[in-house]
Design a protein around this ligand. Structure first.
Ligand SMILES: Cc1cc2nc3c(=O)[nH]c(=O)nc-3n(C[C@H](O)[C@H](O)[C@H](O)COP(=O)(O)O)c2cc1C
Length: 217
C-alpha cells in the first residue's frame, strides 16, 4: 500500500442498518445477549463466539487476546485455556476481566465485564474430553505464552506427547481448564449514522437486579 495512513484516514463507514430502543431491550441482559447471538449466527457472522478477553496484572497493566467462549449460562461465560499462560497468570493475581465482541456484519459491539474464577474440574474434564485427540495433544504440547527457540521445539514436544499418549486416552493436564466470567456489566452498541450510535448498558445492582441506562456515543 502506497500511503497506509492516507488510506486509513479516508476509510469511512456510516452505520445505518438498525437502531436500539429502550423499549425493545429485554429486562434480562442474558436474554438480550442470546437474542443478539442468535441474530449473529443467522447473519453468518464469522466465528460469532470469538471475543477479545482483556485481563490486567495486579498493577493494572492490561493485555488482550481473542478467545472463543464455549458456554453461556446464568450470566456466566465459560472459556478454556492454559492456566500457566499470560492470561492465566494475570487472572490469578487480578480476577477482573472483560470480553468484547465486534460483529461488523450487524454493526454491533457487545462489551462485558466481570469477575473470573476457575471452572470446576468436572466442567474442564467434560470440555477437554469432547475435543479431538490432536487438540488434547496440543494442550499438553504448548507451554502457552512461553518463548520457544523455534518451530521445531514445538513440533518436538508434540512428537513426545504423541508417543506418551499413543491412543485416544489423553488425560487433561492439570494446567489446562476452564474459566467462568461472572458478568456484572453489559453494554450493547448499535452503529448509527453520523457516529450517533446507540449504547444501552446493564449494571448489576446489589439486590441482583439490572439497572438499564443509555450512554452517549
Ligand atoms: C479466533 C481465535 C480463537 C482463539 N481461541 C482461543 C481459546 O479459546 N483459548 C485460548 O487459550 N487461546 C485462544 N486463541 C489464542 C489467543 O488469542 C492467544 O494467542 C493465546 O491464548 C495466548 O494468549 P496469552 O499469551 O495472552 O495468554 C484464539 C485465537 C484466535 C484468533
Amino acid at each position: 500500500m502506497e500511503d497506509l495512513n492516507k488510506y486509513i484516514r479516508d476509510l469511512r463507514h456510516d452505520f445505518s442498518q438498525m437502531q436500539l430502543n429502550e423499549e425493545d431491550m429485554s429486562h434480562d441482559p442474558s436474554l438480550q445477549f442470546e437474542k443478539w447471538f442468535a441474530q449473529a449466527v443467522k447473519s453468518a457472522v464469522n466465528e460469532p463466539n470469538a471475543c477479545v478477553l482483556s485481563t490486567a496484572t495486579k498493577e493494572g497493566k492490561p493485555s488482550g487476546r481473542v478467545v472463543l467462549f464455549r458456554e453461556f449460562k446464568d450470566n456466566q461465560f465459560g472459556l478454556f485455556t492454559n492456566y500457566n499462560s499470560r492470561k492465566g497468570k494475570e487472572l490469578q493475581e487480578n480476577p477482573f476481566a472483560c470480553l468484547t465482541f465486534f460483529w461488523p456484519e450487524l454493526e454491533r459491539q457487545i462489551r462485558i465485564e466481570g469477575l473470573v474464577e476457575k471452572s470446576t474440574q468436572e466442567a474442564s474434564d467434560k470440555y477437554f474430553y469432547s475435543r479431538p485427540r490432536t487438540s488434547r495433544i496440543g494442550a499438553w504440547s504448548s507451554p502457552q505464552s512461553n518463548i520457544l527457540k523455534n518451530r521445531e521445539e514445538l513440533e518436538h514436544l508434540v512428537t513426545g506427547f504423541d508417543k506418551r499418549y499413543p491412543d485416544e486416552d489423553v488425560p487433561r493436564p492439570e494446567f489446562w481448564g476452564g474459566y467462568l466470567l461472572k458478568v456484572n456489566y453489559y453494554e450493547f452498541w448499535q452503529g448509527r449514522p453520523s457516529r450517533l450510535h446507540d449504547r444501552i448498558s446493564y449494571t448489576l445492582q446489589e439486590e441482583g437486579t439490572w439497572k438499564i441506562e443509555r450512554l452517549a456515543p
